[in-house]
Design a protein around this ligand. Structure first.
Ligand SMILES: *Cc1c(COP(=O)(O)O)cnc(C)c1O
Length: 407
């Protein structure tokens, strides 16, 4: 463990992923960016790729470029599935937002399941809770909101069980295998939100027998603000899906312009309207870069970085009231560290004023994410050092307590 900055420098010197930081735009080398779980950095290749899609694809090719663009949602989906989800082809599409994909798949799951009850947890991401509640309401189904997803107990009435693999607040990583098995025991389907897991936690959905999954691409996947999300549906569940949003891009023959909706083959029926071509290009570059690095190597570095952050916070924690709430065991945590403090919001502002960028989550959590693709060990070390300076000097007390819109 790096107790000194020199030790952190030594970890960087032997880091097999050292090259990867150079693949990203680092506009200000003095900025310690610990918020890659909210908005990942811009890969240099993405900058070039987007510029070529704009200049050549759009500028020169105009409408003819759609000949290749129409295949992007399924092609990029297949590549994303193979590289990051551990799934074979024909099960993943990229398009729409995580919110919309969750809505579509929650309906699809309940169409297929025997029971009709919807299960989620109190701590799930807001959009997930809102969407799942609305889907249950629309179908007259019961919504069961459990306190702790890790001890989910199946009931015969359960039809859809939906949790986030990594908790956006605490960073806790659930045992997807165990929970999916428990859902299957009562014939329920498991729909996982992988937003905080994809691109940083190796996933093996085919092997786990996961039914459905969604997740966003602008966090660890580095595809940029508002980039389209993915949706995964296991092969054998696809044919029965009668899409709740029957858009023309999910139609079996979209240019027939026929009177009625006929679902397209397989997972492609989940597509809705005209795809976001620029966003898809960015997703493609993001996933290629991560797959070159290898998820195993990314995960190893991520665990080492978060170990360092937690160990350093532990040293100053007792004196200054900082409490790491992220689980310690590697198999139980994602890639960010959450620290509880009554003045977490003021501390977050003080850190940002000192060129360290963590973020804040209500009511009292400071999140620090040393994303392994571009964060050096010295960045993690310096970030926690500045945190120590802030809390020991009380510098955060001069920042406002009222919350402005938070990102
Ligand atoms: C980030 C995140 C989302 C975001 O959904 P959008 O539709 O892209 O705004 C949803 N769910 C979880 C668990 C997230 O972490």
């Amino acid at each position: 463990m790096a107790a000194t900055r020199t030790e952190a420098e030594a970890l960087d010197a032997t880091d097999p992923l050292r090259w990867l930081r150079d693949e990203f735009v680092i506009a200000n080398d003095g900025l310690i960016y610990l918020d890659g779980n909210s908005l990942g950095r811009l890969p240099r290749r993405t900058e070039r790729r987007l510029s070529s899609v704009v200049t050549e694809g759009w500028g020169s090719g105009l409408v003819s470029s759609w000949d290749s663009w129409v295949k992007d949602p399924t092609d990029v989906g297949d590549r994303l599935g193979a590289a990051l989800l551990g799934v074979s082809g024909g099960q993943t599409v990229v398009g729409d937002s995580t919110t919309i994909n969750l809505f579509k798949l929650a309906h699809a799951a309940l169409d297929a399941a025997r029971g009709q009850g919807v299960v989620t947890d109190r701590g799930n991401f807001p959009t997930d809770r809102y969407v799942l509640a609305a889907v249950a309401r629309a179908r007259g189904a019961d919504l069961r909101v459990v306190d702790d997803p890790s001890i989910y107990e199946p009931r015969e009435s359960d039809g859809l069980v939906s949790f986030s693999a990594v908790d956006y607040r605490t960073g806790a990583l659930l045992d997807m295998n165990d929970i999916t098995e428990r859902a299957h025991r009562v014939g329920a389907l498991a729909l996982w939100d992988l937003s905080h897991a994809v691109g940083v936690v190796p996933l093996d959905l085919d092997a786990l027998g996961v039914d459905m999954a969604v997740g966003c691409t602008y966090k660890y996947l580095n595809a940029g603000p508002g980039a389209p999300a993915f949706a995964y549906v296991r092969h054998d569940l696809q044919a029965a899906i009668d899409p709740v949003i029957p858009g023309w891009f999910g139609h079996a023959d979209r240019f027939a312009m026929g009177p009625d909706y006929v679902p397209g083959p397989g997972v492609a029926r989940l597509l809705t309207g005209t795809p976001d071509v620029l966003g898809l290009a960015a997703v493609d570059e993001g996933l290629r870069l991560l797959s070159e690095a290898g998820l195993g190597a990314l995960r190893r570095k991520s665990l080492a970085l978060t170990d360092l952050v937690m160990a350093m916070v532990d040293v100053i924690g007792p004196e200054f009231g900082l409490d790491v709430v992220t689980p310690r065991q590697p198999e139980h945590r994602g890639a960010h560290v959450s620290v509880r403090h009554p003045q977490a919001w003021e501390i977050c502002q003080a850190l940002r004023a000192r060129n360290v960028v963590p973020d804040f989550r209500e009511p009292d959590l400071l999140r620090m994410c040393p994303a392994p693709a571009y964060t050096r060990f010295v960045d993690a070390w310096d970030g926690v050092r500045v945190l120590g300076e802030v809390v020991s000097s009380g510098a955060h007390r001069s920042f406002p307590t009222d919350r402005r819109p938070v990102t």
